[in-house]
Design a protein around this ligand. Sequence first.
Ligand code: AMP
Length: 355
Amino acid sequence: MTDALPTGATIGILGGGQLGRMLSVAASRLGFKTHIFEPGAEPPAGHVADRVTTATYHDHVALTAFAGNVDVVTYEFENIPTSALDTIEKTTPIRPGREALRVSQDRLVEKTFLRDLGLNVAPFADVTSLDVLLLAVQEIGTPAILKTRRFGYDGKGQARLKTDDDVDAAWAEMADQAAILEGFVDFSLEISVIAARSPQGDVACYDPGENVHRDGILHTTTVPARLSAAMRTDAILIAAKILNALDYVGVLGVELFVTQEGLIVNEIAPRVHNSGHWTQNGCTVDQFEQHIRAVAGWPLGNGARHSDVTMENLIGADMDRVSDLAKEVNCAMHLYGKSETKPGRKMGHVNRVTA
Ligand code: AMP
């Protein structure tokens, strides 16, 4: 697929959560149709899509039919089984491409890729057993963090080692899954850059946002981040370097730590990102439209920030605050239409435009 998709074309989206929902809204604003593929019943994206397939990522008949009905396939999460991608790719392009998924599905591959690009990452070691962990702790020292190589998100699949005494407990938490040990980074801030690349290689980066986590889940993103001009430029150059190295098409999130020695890359996400939700009310073209433009082969839009914004996630019982939040002026609400509220579940977010 090299040409731009015409309006009326159909964009397939793997995953029907809030990211799929907001991608679907953006696609429909550009005149596209959307088809969601999601194993779970009543996906939030289904409320705003033209079509929904409810099937597992191992149902190759359903995957083939889905791929045949759409012009391009994109996704809202990175842990899509390789076999599902193989089936889809027989008929239909996947954007962002397979290399971005391969790299971001496995923390060891990801850290190695970033280091080999010449970027700074935390010291890390491959951990395959308790004995290997003991050696890695000797090499890297404590404090450190042990993380499963695959399927970690929102701080899940992680164990902190304050001292060498925590080795046994940390390894037990991995439940025999392959892991990496990372040296603990003494950071002053966590930031992220949301960046987009078109099939022609044009790159557009959003202003870095400053992220605050609570209980391992993103709580707020604030723009502008408290960064020097030099660090802001560094962050953007890092994101552009990653996009080009992956020959990437679409929006990518890059999470970074700010330290006295400069920026350290924590991880990348080959998709629209929670820490980029502020762009909905801070930019002319937000991350969702930008992603759809890129995967459809359209020119990238203007991602320059026109306002200061703080995004706050609404998690679980935060939904009880909706009627009060609705009374706030300059507070844009984005609710995901999830029928069941659960502790730790992302239910929506608000963007407070502050200047
Ligand atoms: P991750 O799943 O890798 O994004 O980690 C979740 C959170 O844990 C990050 O946002 C950081 O707050 C913290 N964290 C992860 N890795 C490190 C590290 N190597 N040093 C210090 N803090 C970390």
